[in-house]
Design a protein. Sequence first.
Length: 142
Amino acid sequence: MIDPLEALIQTLYRDADINALVEGRIAERHKFGDGWERPSTAVQVQMDGGEPDLYVKWQRPRVEARCYAPTRPEAMALYLALVNFSRQTHREVVETSSGKALVYWFVMDSGPSLLRDPDVGMDFVLVYARLAAAETAVEWVG
């Protein structure tokens, strides 16, 4: 069974605009103080509920995304790159630890909130999105 969050993270890694900003700092939990230098730009994504589907073998979780950066303008720039990513992500196939995952879509579900994380002493943009990914690995001929 495919982990939809791992599929999303692998899809984010493939986005050139996001990676130009974060240099690979994309994870389920931030790693500031444990490998990531402070301050630096990074994306943290985690699942936040969602709607189950009893009949179709896909997962549709709500995703919380945090766009960390040294300054608010840089956090907003990363958020805007994530918005652009959401507008381009349609039926992407990515490699995961459980096989090839099919990410149907990733769409914004809220507007941005500019916040400060006191634990890491950095600004971040908090936004919610919806993700759809197949539960089973797919065969890809391309």
